[in-house]
Each structure stands twice: as C-alpha cells, then as structure tokens.
Design a protein around this ligand. Structure first.
Ligand SMILES: [Zn+2]
Length: 474
C-alpha cells in the first residue's frame, strides 16, 4: 500500500494507542500522518501495516468517539445521496461533541505531539466518499452546504473539570428555561481557548491520559442541507373570484378554497423538489377581484432546491398544463430568474400603474350631463385624498395619502348598473374611490355623481404596467 509507505515512523506509538482502544485512523492522526489517502484505507489494512494483530475486544474509540468509523460516513453519504441534489460541488461543515477537544488534548499529552485535526480528517474522508459515490467535488465556495452534527451524550460533561478548576477561563451561567436546566458560556471556542491555558497535569489527573474508554459510539445528530434558493418569475391571472394570492386562513380555517400561490407553487415545488416556497406578488388584489389581461408579476422563492438544472421547456409545461386544464389560476412567462431580478418586483411597486374595470351600481340613475361631466374630468388626472380605508385600519396606520387617477371612463350599461374603467397609480384603493368610504376618499365616484350612493359589485384588474419577467422567445 503506497499510501501507508511511510508508516514505519508511526509504529513506535501505535501499540500503546491500540492498547488504549484508539482506532486505526486516530493512530494515524496521533502520529501526525498528513491528511491524505492513508486515511481512506480500511482499519484492517492500517493495522496490518502497523504490525498490530487485531483483537475482537476493541470497543468504541476514546479519541474520536468512533466518529471516524466507516458506518457514520456511510450513513452521512447515504443520507445526502437519498436527497438527490443535482449539484456538482458541496461544502461540508462539521459540528463535533465538545468532548472531542478535551480528548484531542489528552491524546496530545500522551503522544507528546499535536494530532492531526479531527475536523479536517472528517471533511477529507467525507469529501472523498461523496466524490466517489455522488460525483461532487468539495468546494468551500459551493452554493450547497451540508452541516453534519454529531452527538455523544455519554461524554457531554467531559469538560466539566475545566470549569471546576481554579483559574478557569470559562464563564458559565446556569438558568432554567421551559422547565429545563441549561448552562451557557461553555461553548466549543471557550473550551478550546481554556484547554490552551490548562496545564497537562490537570488534564492527566482530572480527565485522564490517554483519553478514557467510552461505552457508546457517537451518532449523527442531524444533517442539514442548505442550498441557495431558486427563483421562478412569471405573471399570474385569476379568472375567477374568491381566490386569494396566498393561502387565506383565519383561526385555522380556510377562507378561500384556492390560492394563486398554491396553484402555481405546488407544481413548481414538485418539479424543483424544494423544502418550501414563498410567493411575492407585485402588489395584490383582494380575493374577490379577478386579475385579467397580462396578469400580475410575481416571483416564487424556492428554499433548498434539489434540482436547479431545469429547462425552460420543463417550466413552461406547468404554465401549459394550467392553461389546458382551464384552471381558474393561470400564469404567463413562467421562467427561472436570477436572484437580483426579484428587486424589480419591489422597486417597481411605486412606479407602476394599474388598469381596473368595475361594475358599479348607483342608487339613482345619473342624468346625461352628470355622466358627461364625470367623463370630462376623467379624461385627465384626478387627484384623490384617500384616508386609510376602514376595512384595512386594523393592519395599516391611519394616514391620508394623495393618489392620482390617470384616467376614468364611465359607461351606462342598463338599469342602475354602470361600468367604470380606471387607470390609477399603484396603491390607490379602488373600491373606496367608488363608494367614498363614508367620506374618507375625496372625491369619490359617488361624490362626483352628486352624492349619489354608489356601490361596487365586481372589480377586475385588467393590467399591471410592470414589464416583468422578460417575455419568453422561442
Ligand atoms: Zn478514533
């Protein structure tokens, strides 16, 4: 074995370590064998190279808590593989039990040299294993992070002697939270810093050199995957009423059966295989308002996407399916967008204008002069003073805002019914402009008509003038 060619120098310390229950990889670490292929050899091969005859009675390793055992690496790699992320690089972060640092120091005292870092060893081995079975390279700049945490309850108090001794630098504070006794201050960094100060005889007497035996091996506590989110942009249409933009739930009960976010987001989630998603619209209409025309711009942020290598055709399939099945919610221009493109949605908020169409009922028929006068005013801009509507006062501050209607066109349909088309600045409350909101919107359609009671029966948004996302060219 080439990787173990220089193992001769290790032999001197190998036997006493083996006697102390230390595993093959920790013997290599103790001998400061540089991180490399030697650490990928099987324990049997390493022991053979060291001239050690293995006994059957070897328990868990007191130096690494058996974290460096094959099983844990197999487990971590299998877990990652099972997620089927389509990335080519990963960055592995490791969180080890605090005891590892105390045991590292004990090992150092025993061998009179500083062992190779546990963390670096784990990262090297996991990296090699991932490369082998999942075809990914380790890259600290990767958009994919795997955080692996190990636990070992048995050794949780190993560092207590450091805190208890005179001259400790670890400042702990004990408290009770939610019925559980907790201690803070004994962080890994505090322990590592204190171990530098602690003299060797204290470690020897209070803890043990070489590291004392343990009963149980450590286990994987958690594996967390953190991949950069993927953004999908588009424009949505709401062809029916009583559909909210995001799930509308009050006291655990759904108010609307459908939401735009779920109709479009769920199939995207299935395609991208993300943990969750969040939809952000360029403003929103009320649930009872339809969104017609070219639709309203939005983006969906997909957290922890398993797949990011998505073709335009695959994403267009979602749009096509909604159209073909006659869904009440449809979308246009659906596409993967860059994270920076999402800014347009927020920045566009103040500049865009919206076109509305409303069915209005007047208590009294308007005479033709009034109708003409309203349309004459409506051919230019109309300034509104709009106090926060009564219906949103519970969640918005009471303020009077100046808003502008850019255009207004009123047509008599039949009986008491009229149709009004309005182009307005973003942020104008259209329902309140129609009925006046008990005098809180001035002027209103009701006041322009000579204080005739007006009610809004139906409202549609016909256009949102924000060019987002780019049109898809085939
Ligand atoms: Zn070990």
């Amino acid at each position: 074995m080439d990787s173990l060619a220089n193992i001769e120098s290790v032999k001197g310390i190998a036997h006493p370590l083996y006697e102390a229950g230390v595993c093959a990889l920790c013997i290599l670490r103790s001998a400061v064998v540089p991180i490399g292929p030697a650490y990928l050899e099987s324990p049997a091969t390493i022991y053979r190279a060291l001239g050690i005859t293995q006994s059957n009675s070897q328990g868990p390793c007191p130096a690494c808590l058996s974290i460096l055992s094959t099983e844990l690496f197999d487990q971590a790699v299998a877990m990652y593989k099972g997620e089927e992320f389509d990335c080519t690089t990963v960055c592995v972060n490791v969180e080890m039990p605090k005891s590892i640092y105390v045991r590292q120091k004990s090992l150092q005292i025993f061998n009179k040299r500083t062992p190779t870092e546990m963390k670096d060893t784990i990262k090297y081995i996991i990296g090699k294993r991932l490369a082998e079975s999942c075809c990914v390279a380790i890259d600290s700049e990767s958009e994919m992070h795997i955080d692996i945490a190990f636990k070992h309850p048995e050794s949780a108090k190993d560092h207590q002697f450091l805190i208890d001794r005179e001259g400790t630098t670890i400042k702990t504070r004990s408290f009770r939270k939610k019925g559980v006794d907790r201690t803070e201050g004994d962080s890994t960094s505090a322990i590592v810093a204190d171990l530098v100060q602690c003299d060797e005889s204290t470690v020897q007497q209070q803890f043990g050199v070489p590291p004392p035996a343990i009963q149980e091996a450590a286990e994987i506590e958690s594996v967390v995957y953190r991949r950069k989110p993927l953004f999908v942009g588009g424009r949505y249409l709401k062809l029916e009423r009583n559909i909210s933009q995001t799930p509308f739930v009050v006291e655990g009960k759904r108010v609307t059966e459908l939401s735009v976010s779920e109709v479009i987001g769920d199939p995207i989630k299935d395609l991208i295989r993300c943990d969750s998603y969040n939809m952000v619209g360029s403003g929103r209409e009320d649930a009872d308002v339809r969104m017609l025309g070219d639709g309203r711009p939005f983006y969906i942020e997909c957290t922890n996407p398993r797949r990011t290598n998505i073709t335009q055709e695959q994403i267009s399939q979602i749009e096509k399916h909604l159209t073909e099945t006659g869904s009440a919610v449809q979308c246009r221009r659906l596409q993967i967008i860059r994270p920076e493109d999402t800014k347009i949605i927020k920045e566009g908020e103040e500049h865009k204008t919206k076109h509305y169409c409303a069915l209005v009922w007047f208590a009294t028929l308007l005479d033709s002069e009034t109708l003409d006068e309203i349309n004459r005013l409506g051919s230019g801009a109309i300034e509104l003073n709009q106090a926060t509507p009564i219906r949103v006062l519970h969640r918005r501050a009471p303020l009077v805002r100046k808003r502008k209607l850019l255009r207004l066109d009123l047509v008599h349909l039949e009986g008491h019914f009229y149709r009004v088309r309005i182009e307005s600045e973003a942020g104008t409350y259209i329902k309140e402009f129609v009925h006046g909101d008990l005098g809180r919107t001035v002027p209103s359609l009701s006041s322009l008509a000579g204080d005739i009671t007006a009610d809004i029966i139906e409202l549609d948004v016909e256009n949102v003038s924000l060019d987002f996302p780019p049109a898809i060219t085939k």
